[in-house]
Design a protein around this ligand. Structure first.
Ligand code: HEM
Length: 120
């Protein structure tokens, strides 16, 4: 049977590393780092992003966080900031030697969420 995106991302171990690297890239990204520097419990947010990616790509994990609208409501996130987050995701995927197909699939998932995140 065809492997799920979850498996192609390296299952729980691969996605744990990916979620961590995405957050680390955000902290180095001048366009958005202040958004992430002020988070009190970054490990908890990293874990929710881990669960979100797992649950959204075919993994067995349950996502226990807020919906994307609720999570980002009132933050007034701009289009530029949204693209910066997408760029950091793709950069982290490059750093973890993930393929073009996997990057395109993650890009499509990310893009599909834009109306729940930008200026909500
Ligand atoms: C496809 C794009 C994105 C996805 C999949 C995503 C996913 C998530 C998830 C799963 C959470 C945890 C939700 C919870 O607390 O229950 C979260 C929180 C957060 N997101 Fe996003 N996010 C995206 C874009 C953005 C953007 C563009 C920004 C701003 C530059 C941003 C800033 C934040 C912040 C600051 C939090 C933590 C809020 C807090 O608890 O203090 N996110 N995001």
């Amino acid at each position: 049977m065809e492997k799920s995106l979850y498996e192609r991302l390296g299952s729980a171990e691969g996605i744990k590393k990916l979620a961590n690297d995405i957050a680390e890239n955000h902290l180095k990204n001048d366009l958005i780092k202040t958004r992430f520097e002020i988070i009190e419990d970054l490990d908890a947010v990293k874990n929710l992003v881990f669960e979100f990616i797992c649950a959204g790509t075919g993994g067995p994990q349950a996502y226990t966080g807020k919906g994307m609208l609720g999570a980002h409501k009132g933050m007034n996130i701009s289009e530029e900031e949204f693209i910066a987050v997408i760029d950091d995701i793709l950069k982290a995927m490059d750093e973890n030697n993930l393929g073009e197909r996997e990057k395109n699939e993650m890009l499509a998932i990310g893009y599909s969420l834009k109306d729940e995140i930008i200026r909500v």
